[in-house]
Design a protein around this ligand. Structure first.
Ligand code: XMP
Length: 517
């Protein structure tokens, strides 16, 4: 399969480049810059690489010169089409003899770029056309290498885009991959289709075919264990695996007692007609016991994770230790664990779970490890999985426990679950559900004074959280209609016992996270 290689220099936007390329229907793979040194140009071409994107990054080209890396990038020039973005553009230019220096101003944010020559990936624009773009740089290109032609400029950047058509080497100072760059997708599309001659073969049908081949090769005659969570990824994987391996798939779902209202029954009812028979492990009491008296968020997560592993082990033992354990790992998880930016802080332990204890006798089967969530959703649709499952909101593994600040007990679970059900019901009735990444309720151990039916009340607070996001890594606050907010608040204080106040969380991620714990 054809692919676009995205060489990551540590930009916060690298993942967006990969997604933007896939949206055009072309497979993209990110590799950390150091891994580039391990491959020859020939080997890359043999792997199907038809173009290379050099990402942005936090460094300056005149600091930390890595000559071996420079040689490797230079070797690619003229062999495969290249698009450098921001730092990647500066690196390309400086390696080919141009000059990069510190700019007069650092530019972070929106800017206007004027098209000088509609060439290379700018061929669809008109001379003199103004493009609204997103800049994020301190350095600028002061002179171009021989053979490079300027395509566009901005007030502070004389060579906002340029290229050498003979070498198929191009660069943009701004970020075409972020949505603030209004015509960014046109530039990327032109690079992919006109310059790399990509054939757009990354389509759901082809992805399914590749997945099937991969699964077939890995699972031959082997028994597979799958822990369903009721979420999109494991459900789609369950249905796909079931179709491919039949009775050799053993799916189970742990009822932690920390699931949303109506779960797990509603998911099971949707999945059963698709042939997935799921063994439900009722562990409600065990989870409640494990969480007794615990308020610390990390400890909650560790206890829940630990108990989950114990149950997995038990389940495995019951069916005679299958060789494979299927997991719904997605590409963003893989990208996050790449070493390019060095070991990151543990923000919440799930992000770094990295897995299972060493003594688990399983080989991991992660068929979706190269896919983004929207691709998994499209596969789900192609497999005929109902919309309610395919478009379900993400839900954290530790469930409602991380939406109850302070100790978790049956009463607090009941309260948050009821408030959450009202949020879900109203959001779904309003028809805006699909535009949201998540909407849910959080219970705070904070009491305030109110008045209910002429009587003083002194009760807890519920926080409403609704966010928009493409992948959960960053998120913006959803601007829910005011009437909807009022209706939710009104219903919660009237229908949920022990709650007399509702607040709306208006913090983005970062600096907050989506879940409160
Ligand atoms: P945060 O709170 O880190 O969450 O901004 C990002 C996304 O991940 C979900 N989330 C989890 N998913 N296991 C999961 O499978 C977990 O432990 C977990 N914790 C958070 C969260 O709902 C959001 O969509």
């Amino acid at each position: 399969m054809e692919k676009i290689l995205i060489v990551d220099f540590g930009s916060q936007y690298t993942q967006l480049i990969a997604r933007a390329v896939r949206e055009v229907g072309v497979f993209s793979e990110i590799i950390p810059v150091l891994a580039l040194q391990e491959s020859t140009v020939e080997a890359l071409k043999n792997q199907g690489v038809i173009g290379v994107v050099l990402s942005g990054g936090p460094s300056s080209v005149y600091e930390n010169k890595n000559e071996a890396l420079g040689r490797q990038v230079t070797r690619l020039v003229g062999e495969v089409p290249i698009l450098g973005i921001c730092f990647g553009y500066q690196l390309l230019v400086s390696l080919l003899g141009g000059e990069v220096k510190q700019g007069l101003v650092r530019e972070y944010g929106p800017a206007n770029v004027k098209v000088d020559a509609p060439k290379g990936p700018f061929r669809t624009f008109l001379p003199g056309e103004t493009l609204r773009v997103w800049m994020s740089h301190g350095d600028v290109i002061a002179s171009l290498p021989d053979g490079f032609q300027p395509f566009a400029h901005s007030e502070f950047v004389p060579f906002a885009a340029s290229g050498n058509p003979m070498l198929h080497a191009y660069g943009v100072q701004f970020h075409p991959e972020v949505w603030h760059t209004k015509e960014g997708s046109k530039i990327l599309e032109s690079f992919l289709l006109d310059i790399c001659n990509a054939s757009r073969d990354w389509q759901t049908e082809q992805i399914l075919e590749l997945l099937s081949k991969d699964i077939q090769a890995r699972t031959k005659g082997r028994e597979i264990l799958l822990a369903l969570s009721g979420g999109v990824d494991s459900s789609v994987m369950g249905v796909l695996l079931k179709r491919m391996v039949g009775e050799r798939l053993h799916s189970f779902l742990v009822d932690t007692g920390l699931l949303r209202e109506g779960e797990p029954e509603s998911t099971l009812k949707l999945l059963e007609p698709l042939g997935l028979n799921v063994h439900v492990v009722d562990a409600k009491d065990k989870f409640m016991e494990a969480l007794e008296g615990i308020s610390d968020p990390e400890l909650k997560r560790k206890r829940i994770g630990g108990l989950f592993i114990d149950l997995l082990r038990e389940e495995a033992r019951n069916i005679g230790f299958p060789e494979l354990l299927a997991q719904g790992t997605l590409y963003p998880d893989v990208i996050e664990s790449m070493p390019v930016v060095g070991p990151s802080d543990t923000i919440k332990s799930h992000h770094n779970v990295g897995g299972l204890p060493k003594d688990m006798p399983f080989e991991l089967l992660e068929p979706f490890r190269m896919l983004f969530k929207d691709e998994v959703r499209r596969i789900g649709e192609a497999l005929g999985i109902p919309e309610e499952v395919v478009w379900k909101e993400p839900f954290p593994g530790p469930g409602l426990a991380v939406r109850i600040l302070g100790p978790v007990d049956e009463a607090s679970v009941k309260t948050v679950r009821k408030a959450d059900a009202i949020v879900m019901e109203e959001v779904s009735r309003s028809g805006i559900g699909r535009s949201l990444w998540q909407a849910f309720a959080v219970l705070l151990p904070v009491k305030s004074v109110g008045v209910k039916g002429d009587k003083r009340s002194y009760e807890n607070t519920v926080v409403l959280r609704a966010v928009e996001s493409r992948d959960g890594m960053t998120a913006g606050v959803a601007k829910l209609p005011y009437e909807l907010l009022e209706r939710i608040a009104h219903r919660i204080v009237n229908e949920v016992e022990g709650v007399n106040r509702v607040a709306y969380d208006i913090t983005s991620k970062p600096p907050a996270t989506i879940e409160w714990e």
